[in-house]
Structures are given as C-alpha cells and as structure tokens.
Design a protein around this ligand. Structure first.
Ligand code: GDP
Length: 492
C-alpha cells in the first residue's frame, strides 16, 4: 500500500486529525487505523469542538451502554410511569431500526444521521442487529458495543412499528390518544418514523416544539433509511450547535462517515486485496458507479424508449467532456498514435450490478487507442446481477465496492443512488453525476458536477413547522436542492 502516490511521503496521521479515539485494539479492526495507507489525506480538518463532542459521546456510551447499571434498569423504565423514575436516571437512548432490507448505502446514511441526532440530544445510539451490521462494520465506540441486546424488552414489537402504531409519535400527535406535551410526564418510549414514505405527522420530528416534547422521553426508537441531517440544519433548535460542530457545512458526512464507518476485517480484506492487485500501481484512478434503478424508468440498459446504449453514451461523453477519460479513435489512425503513446497508466473502477458497461469499456480501450495515448485499464470487482436482501456476502461486496470507489481520485456517479453518496462522502469527492433529461435532470450536459460532497436527503419535510403555507426548505444559504432530485435537499 505504500506505493500509493498520495501517501508515500507524508507522516501518517492514523487518528485522522483527532477524529478517531486512540487505544482501540488494532487487530480487531484493521481498517480503523489502516485507512490512511490507502486514502488521500483529507484537506478538511474536524473542528476541535467536534472532536471534543465525540470524546464526550464516547464517555457517555461507556457510562450508559449495555451492561451498565443504567442500561440494566431498562426493563423497569419501559414499563413504569415516568414520575416513578428518579432524577438519577439520566441516560437517554436512540435506537435505530433499519427499514426492511435497505441497501448498504441507505443503511449507512441513516446510521450517520441517527448518530448525529444522538450527539445533538445527548443520547446514546444503539442499533438493532436484525441486519448484518456486525459482519459489515467494526464497533465504532471504545469498549462498549453499539448493538442493541437481543433481549431488549420491546424487540417483539419492532416489526409492527410504523406510522399507525399507537406509540408512533406522529400518530400520537394526530389522534391525541396519549397526552404528550411539555407539561406531562413523558412516556417511556416513542417510535419515530423517518422512512421515505413517512406522513405529515411523522415529519413533526423536524419541529423544535416537538423536539422539546421528546426531550424527556428516555427511549426514542427511530426507523429510517434516509440521510435526514440537512433538515436538522434547518431547525433553529440545533442551528448554533451544528455551526460550531461543522464550520464547514459540506463536511458533515465526510467526518462522521470516517468516524463511524470502519469495514470489518473480512470486508477490509476484500478491499485491500483488490486495491493492491488491481489499483495500487496506477497514476490516476477513476470510479464509475452505475446504478440502474429499473423500477424508476431511468434509461439505463433496460430502457424501452431510448437506445440500448443511451447511458453508455452519457458516461463516455461525460468522461471526455470532463477530461476524465479520453475518447478512443478508430483503426485508421492507430499507427500514428501508437508512436506517441505514453505509458502513464490510468485505472477505471466500474461498479454495477451488471457487467454490461464494464465489458463495453474494457473492450473499447484495448481495441482502440485513446486519443491522448494514455493506457487505460478497466476493472469491475463483482456483478451481482440483482439486489439481494438477507445476504451477508452480497452486502459485504457492496460495502467493499463503496469503499473502493471512495479511494478513487475522481468519481462519476448515478443520480439518486445512496451507494454513490456514501462513496463520495467518505472519499471527500465532488462527483460528476450522470444527467437524466427525460426525468429529473433537464439538461443537455451528459453529467454535472455536484455542488458538494454531501449526500442528498431525498424526502425532506416540505412544510415549515406551524406554517400554514409551504416554505422552501432549500432557502437557507447552506442548504440547497439536490442536483439529482429537485425536491431533495443537501448541505454545501
Ligand atoms: P441505492 O439503492 O443505490 O441508493 O444504494 P443502496 O446501497 O442503499 O442499495 C443498493 C444495493 O444493491 C446495495 O447495497 C447492493 O446490495 C446492491 N448494489 C447496487 N449497486 C451495486 C454495485 O455496483 N455493486 C454491488 N456489489 N452491489 C450493488
């Protein structure tokens, strides 16, 4: 790995500017301190305030985590009226429940969002291990796990928690079935639905008044598959704290992702073996992430209305326009070009469920010399054909590919894809997003540069809290509508 051009002469800062806590056992999670051998040094430094908040969070996690006195009192808390609970019971929790069998990208975005929410509200984050998180990620906090114990008393209700559940906060507010106000003693737990199809009542989560009501609730169970952080930035309640934590708004996911997302040793093995075998020797690495949402009618290969090669042409036009990859030339000129060919190798990492694009690209470059004489090699780590749920091996490959993409110098990504968002955020890259004129992106350009490396919140609330008319949630100076989804919002 030391052959990596970016890192060879630099002193290694394995704690990423203070973002990571020292003192973890290195062998138990090789990626945590090993990432710097593969990554460019980030030009973005975490603020001293963020660092101190993370260390405080880690202390809280030790104090309130599973198997502590406080956690062990949980069964009593969950079934006792609040007024019976003494003021010494200070630990409060956020439990993240994933949505169905969300993909790896969606899960990481909801993890990072819930973690920031926990930090902002002085709560502890525990995650439901129903999915294979442990196979994918190392424990991010020292000493005490972030996994919700299997005997957690409410676990048998998890499947039934949705917008209509009697403990769902939005539902409680709508029906006023339970008195819930700042004056009443709060219930021991509420469920918060933050999944993409949540309703207007669920969206009250993003209102200051409702957050103040939730303050006293010891257990908040959140179900999400979204990157909901941009909407937290629009809340007056958190505004000041968030500005102190993140003076540079577009680095929220970049820092928190690098803090939380450490691939397990098994996934790290996939990443490092692939990188060293195929990518380490290149001078420049380009990642192309192709996500064909066949259900949405985006004109990838499956499109009926547009030619089979429509997206392939967009990728090639984008690569040429942005000087990422050269155009190829036809046979007649070959002999002239071979003479001027230099040997600077460029690698292209293609990720996609299908191998169709990879094969096209791979066959194109050896068959035809590039106009610039560059030598281009194309790789694709896997082609799983279709998205699968409940397969740890499938998810491991997905995380490995997301991570490999994040190690590239430049990225071309597909619109709407959280797979690409995680890669760009971890890598600190502003990708070129493929345009899609027939639907979202009414543009003649084959791709457009993202305004920031931040992920897009696809389904933000579109009404202000208490406001009778709709407000433009993209109006704050550091929150914009997304390039790839006009109603989504992102930080920049
Ligand atoms: P999104 O659906 O694009 O927003 O991304 P997600 O990661 O949330 O869900 C897509 C899932 O499909 C991934 O987690 C993978 O399981 C699978 N998948 C999609 N694209 C790829 C790919 O390029 N490579 C691999 N290995 N899996 C993929």
């Amino acid at each position: 790995p030391d052959s990596h051009a970016h890192t060879s002469d630099k002193p290694k800062d394995k704690l990423l500017g203070g973002l990571l806590s020292p003192g973890f056992n290195e062998a138990s999670c090789l990626s945590r301190y090993g990432s710097i051998l593969y990554r460019k040094l980030s030009p973005h430094k975490p603020s001293p305030y963020l660092i101190s908040k993370l260390r405080n969070y880690e202390s809280l996690h030790k104090q309130c985590g599973t198997n502590t006195e406080s956690y062990n009192a949980t069964p009593n808390h969950l079934h006792r009226p609040r007024h019976d609970i003494s003021d010494n019971d200070t630990c409060k929790y956020v439990v993240l429940l994933f949505f169905g069998h969300s993909g790896v990208g969606n899960r990481i975005l909801s993890l990072v969002s819930s973690f920031l929410y926990a930090v902002l509200t002085n709560r502890l984050l525990l995650i439901d291990q129903g999915d294979d998180v442990a196979a994918l990620l190392c424990e991010p906090f020292p000493e005490i796990t972030w996994a919700l114990p299997l005997d957690f008393p409410l676990r048998n209700q998890f499947e039934r928690l949705d917008s209509n559940h009697p403990h769902c906060y939005g539902n409680m507010m709508k029906n006023k079935t339970v008195e819930l106000s700042m004056d009443d003693s709060p219930p021991p737990f509420v469920f918060l639905n933050l999944v993409h199809d949540y309703n207007e009542h669920d969206k009250r989560f993003f209102c200051d008044r409702d957050q103040n009501i939730m303050k006293g609730v010891p257990w908040l169970l959140i179900r999400s598959n979204q990157y909901f952080i941009p909407s937290l930035f629009l809340m007056p309640l958190f505004e000041k704290e968030l500005s102190k934590l993140f003076p540079e708004k577009e680095t929220v996911f970049h820092h928190l992702g690098r803090y939380l997302v450490h691939p397990s040793n098994q996934v790290w093995g996939l990443i490092t073996r692939y990188y060293e075998t195929y990518l380490a020797e290149s001078d420049e690495r380009i990642g192309i992430q192709i996500r064909d949402f066949s259900s949405t009618g985006l004109p990838f290969q499956s499109s009926k209305e547009l030619p089979f090669t429509y997206m392939m042409d967009r990728i090639l036009d984008c690569s040429a326009q942005e000087n990422l990859l050269p155009k190829v030339i036809t046979n007649a000129q070959n002999s002239v070009l071979n003479a001027t060919r230099n040997t600077k190798p460029k690698s292209v990492l293609v990720t996609s469920l299908s191998s169709w694009y990879f094969e096209k690209l791979r066959n194109m470059y050896p068959d035809n010399p590039a106009i610039t004489g560059e030598s281009i090699t194309v790789f694709q780590p896997s082609h799983e054909e279709s998205q699968q749920s409940n397969s740890a091996q499938h998810d491991m490959k997905a995380l490995a590919e997301i991570y490999l993409l994040s190690l590239m110098d430049e990225l071309i990504t597909s619109p709407w894809s959280t797979f690409g968002y995680v890669a760009q955020g971890l890598g600190g890259l502003r990708p070129w997003i493929l345009s899609n004129p027939p639907r979202e992106m009414d543009s003649d350009s084959p791709c457009r540069r993202a305004t920031s490396m931040e992920p897009c919140f696809h389904y933000p609330p579109s009404y202000g809290c208490g406001a009778k008319t709709g407000i433009d949630t993209g109006a704050k100076e550091y929150v914009r509508h997304c390039e790839d989804m006009s109603w989504g919002i992102k930080l920049f």
